[in-house]
Design a protein around this ligand. Structure first.
Ligand code: NAD
Length: 477
């Protein structure tokens, strides 16, 4: 027994010594054992540069092992980390905070998504491979703080990059804790630290340092209009996952019960915090009343016009001056439960109601504003053309997400062409476009104004061509 314990202790010491000497050999130096946590953005970028050099020496198999640690922690610790996110941000719904981490851990595309292209012909062989950018600066939203970091880390590291994250200040603690756990597990197994660096006290100034730092090779921002604009003006290669205001169209051929179930599923998810979530619905006059009944039958609670007026007064506010003055969602209501919104509207409802809705004019601010709360306005429209025209208008040209419920293929085609959105969902809830109940894969950074779409490891790579002249085209003369 005594001997066994000694042997075990010796083995553990040897392993720790190996990890330590490997880290030293890798040049991890003074920044190892930080587990990615920094207050100074300059130090964070330097550490991410060192980590990038180390990662570049590793095999694809090791990259996969690194990513498996991130996946495992997101899945196994989703309850603890999801609860932490909920307690810190105080928006959304706990069950979905937990589910988002688990889903991103399971489904974010990893190393297996990388591929090379080959041109083989009379003049030899050209191989196109996908190389990393290096250090990527990532800005993440409060609506999904750790989930966005998880998805970004998997995709960016799969592409061979390291990252420096400036999280939203209201989601910084969970960001730091998640990043610490990811890095620690990776370090213990592979001896590389700081693959994911996070700014523990993020501000607009630290974001600006990351935008401008010479050691940052590309940036990826996930957020609203201000940060999207700031990233596009940064002068760096920017992958911008910007805001949306996804409209839904329902025509007279739709399966109304299914449409109602789908709208509730998408719009109520995490209290409407998803950028892809159903934000306003245009229903043709012929089935408008039946659609509202279907929503009630599916469990949503309908507000009357007086209640909608009360809610609008409380939950929508104005910001900006002069020409820039515009309406926005009031912070106190973003991501809150339906029961909180109902109280503001002057109605008592059961706490298990997921979504409120009601008929509004298109002029009601809930139509143009990205409300991110579980009340969805329904607007009566003349016909499909009127519906599509209004959907296009209120999507504001973000080219983010739009949704239609119809069994008329012409109407699907018409709307798809007119909207020109990155995601276009037919007869499903919004999340079906991210492979959740639909085909495809997931990411919580959907690059809209810059056009990369649902980001994957390939999004975070540069093309490199390797040409061999005259040889290895073994099929020809
Ligand atoms: P937000 O724009 O307030 O903040 C996003 C991030 O940007 C935060 O880290 C914030 O600190 C930072 N930021 C804001 N202004 C900045 C500036 N001028 N310079 C540098 N950094 C700045 O958004 P939010 O409330 O955290 O998230 C919700 C928004 O994000 C919604 O508009 C939603 O549609 C969008 N979003 C988009 C996607 C997508 O994939 N396209 C995904 C999630 C969220």
């Amino acid at each position: 027994m005594q001997i066994n314990e000694t042997i075990v202790r010796n083995v553990v010491e040897q392993v720790l010594a190996q990890v330590g000497s490997r880290a030293a050999a890798n040049g991890a130096g003074h920044q190892s054992n930080r587990f990615g946590i920094f207050t100074c953005p300059h130090e964070a970028v330097e550490a991410a540069q060192v980590a990038f050099e180390q990662l570049s020496e590793r095999t694809l198999e090791e990259r996969k092992r690194i990513i498996d640690h991130i996946r495992r922690i997101s899945i196994d610790q989703c309850v603890e980390l999801g609860t932490m996110e909920m307690e810190e941000t105080k928006i959304g719904r706990l069950v979905h905070k937990i589910e988002k981490l688990k889903t991103l851990g399971e489904k974010t595309p990893g190393v297996e998504f990388l591929r090379s292209e080959v041109f083989s012909g009379d003049y030899g062989l050209a191989v196109i491979e996908h190389a990393p950018y290096g250090v990527i600066g990532a800005i993440t939203p409060v609506t999904h703080s750790l989930p966005t970091i998880t998805g970004n880390a998997v995709s960016m590291i799969a592409g061979g990059n390291t990252l420096v994250v400036n999280p939203h200040p209201s989601g910084k603690r969970v960001a730091v804790e998640g990043v610490r756990r990811f890095n620690e597990a990776i370090y213990r197994d592979l001896g590389i630290d700081n693959l994911i660096c996070v700014i523990a006290e993020p501000t607009l100034e630290t974001a600006d340092v990351i935008f401008k730092h010479r050691g940052v090779n590309a940036i990826c921002v996930t957020g609203g209009p201000m940060v999207a604009r700031a990233a596009m003006n940064s002068g760096k290669r920017a992958i911008v996952a910007g805001p949306g205001n996804p409209p839904v169209v329902v025509d007279e051929t739709a399966d109304l019960a299914r449409a109602a179930r789908n709208i509730i599923q998408g719009a109520a998810y995490d209290n409407n915090l998803l950028c892809i979530a159903e934000k306003e619905v245009f229903v043709v006059d012929q089935v408008f009343d039946a659609m509202l009944r279907a929503m009630e039958q599916a469990g949503a609670v309908r507000l009357n016009s007086g209640e909608i007026d009360n809610l609008t007064r409380e939950a929508i506010t104005t910001v900006g001056e002069g020409d820039h003055r515009h309406e926005v969602a009031a912070k106190e209501f973003i991501g809150k439960d339906a029961v909180v919104l109902a109280r503001a509207a002057g109605r008592q409802i059961s706490s298990d109601v997921e979504l409120l809705f009601g008929e509004t004019a298109e002029e009601n601010p809930f139509v143009p504003v990205e409300q991110m709360m579980p009340f969805v306005p329904f607007v009566r429209v003349r016909d499909i053309d009127d519906a599509i025209a209004k959907a296009k208008h209120y999507e504001h040209g973000f080219r983010h997400t739009s949704i239609i419920h119809t069994n008329n293929v012409r109407n699907m085609t018409k709307m798809g062409r007119a909207m020109d959105t990155t995601l276009f969902v037919k007869n499903g809830p919004c999340m079906a476009a991210l492979g959740l109940g639909g085909e495809g894969y997931i990411s919580f950074s959907i690059a809209t104004p810059t056009g990369e779409g649902v980001t994957t490891p390939l999004t975070f790579t540069r093309e490199r061509r390797c040409s061999l002249i005259d040889d290895l085209h073994i099929l020809g003369k």
